[in-house]
Design a protein around this ligand. Structure first.
Ligand SMILES: Nc1nc2c(ncn2[C@@H]2O[C@H](COP(=O)(O)OP(=O)(O)OP(=O)(O)O)[C@@H](O)[C@H]2O)c(=O)[nH]1
Length: 392
């Protein structure tokens, strides 16, 4: 019959976290990963070695098996929070308030290095601090899940929510003297349950973090393959893929028509010739920003090539398309006002075509042709115009 005492479980949990951390850290030194992998590796090493040190109680001095052990566990959680914050914000993270929190706790722990007293207080403090960081991880991974539509980030967030609850239980048990004994290795009460849960949660969160990062990288690459790198508008492939997505079909019952706008910047070549290619690039980005601000989340925006763009407005007819076209012309005229000083009058020519929403995926080419003829009419009649295919 297999018999595991609490100390052995602690040892195994510590060993697993430390070795996982060492592997992650070794990988991070290859320079092939962003800094988050280093944080994640060190976080595992710190938490794991803290737990391992705990199991050497009575073998090594109390300072190492109590003060240092608890501090390492807290630092490990802190770095885990830093990892997920870095993943969320991508750039810098706000470290100062957290370092202050960590500093206060360090002082408290050093005041409590007496092995035989303050066991419950120590447990409460460690549980509250680690619980706080686990809560921060749950919150930032939930944000990643929602903002970037990453399913496995929900899993990470769920696991850390459970971890937060486990730490809260431990803190409450410490405060109400229900820890199950006066040592961290007591095999009764909440103490036993929390270490068992930690043994399950540890491997699970490492696995789910890995899944989250893989899914994120995957989405990032797919996103890049379907977008124009300069303006972040969809490219042709991206537009096709988005149309095949059933979002437009879902809306077709309530709103049977979809409008397509083909937009071309007038005299764009003159911008390149007079102000340089880099300025031309900037103008394309300005136009893309204006469009991104004007459109609804269900609308599609793609770059056809050069200075020509496509906008698809699901659940919109002729009238809505005209309104959007006019708004774009006005905003663009406002944004390019200063170019008049350089003798450049940069405007937008637009062609509009409308089709039944449930036909859009099949009739995209013919709709494009209609919008293209309408755009040609806009150019032909002096530019800075909006022409509908029905009128053309
Ligand atoms: N800066 C920059 N220019 C580009 C890019 N792609 C295409 N172009 C330039 O865009 C210009 C488009 O010129 P045309 O198609 O003649 O259009 P236009 O000058 O706007 O003339 P009209 O459409 O007739 O008003 C060309 O000079 C291309 O070299 C790009 O990514 N960046």
């Amino acid at each position: 019959m297999l018999q595991l005492d609490v100390k052995t479980i602690y040892f195994l949990v510590g060993l697993f976290a430390t070795t996982t951390g060492l592997v992650l850290f070794a990988l991070s030194t290859t320079g092939r990963f962003d800094r988050w992998l280093k944080y994640w590796g060190i976080s595992n090493i710190a938490t794991g070695s803290g737990i391992l040190l705990l199991t050497f109680r009575d073998i090594i001095p109390d300072f190492y098996s109590i003060v240092l052990a608890n501090m390492l566990a807290i630092i490990g959680y802190y770095l885990l929070m830093a990892t997920t914050q870095r993943l969320y914000h991508r750039r810098r993270i706000a470290v100062k308030p957290h370092l202050l929190f960590l500093g206060i706790l360090t002082v408290l722990f050093i005041l409590m290095r007496d092995a035989d007293s303050y066991y419950a207080e120590r447990t409460v403090l460690t549980a509250l601090t680690c619980g706080f960081y686990a809560y921060c991880v749950a919150k930032s991974t939930l944000r990643i899940a929602r903002k970037e539509d990453i399913t496995s980030a929900y899993l990470v967030s769920g696991i850390f929510t459970v971890a937060t609850v486990v730490f809260a239980m431990r803190a409450i048990a410490g405060l109400t003297h229900h820890l199950g004994g006066d040592s961290v290795f007591a095999s009764g009460g909440v103490n036993m349950w929390t270490i068992l849960l930690a043994a399950i949660i540890g491997p699970l969160w490492n696995m789910s973090m890995l899944l989250m990062i893989m899914e994120r990288i995957n989405r990032n690459w797919i996103g890049r393959a379907l977008r124009d790198p300069l303006t972040s508008a969809l490219n042709r492939e991206g537009l096709k893929a988005a149309i095949e997505n059933n979002s437009m079909r879902r809306q077709s019952d309530a709103h049977p028509v979809t409008a397509l706008l083909l937009v071309d910047i007038d005299h764009f070549k003159q911008v390149n010739d007079k102000l340089g290619h880099a300025f031309g690039d900037q103008l394309l980005c300005t136009f893309a920003d204006i469009v991104h601000h004007q459109l609804r989340s269900s609308d599609l925006f793609a770059r056809q090539g050069g200075d020509e763009f496509v906008i698809i407005l699901p659940a919109s007819g002729e009238k809505e398309a005209q309104d959007v076209a006019e708004r774009l012309q006005n905003s663009f005229a406002h944004a390019t006002e200063k170019l008049k000083q350089d003798g450049l009058s940069i405007t937008l020519s637009i062609g509009i075509a409308v089709a039944a929403s449930d036909q859009i995926a099949h009739s995209l080419n013919s709709l494009m042709e209609q919008a293209d003829s309408a755009l040609y009419q806009s150019k032909h009649h002096g530019r800075n115009r909006i022409t509908s295919a029905q009128a053309a």
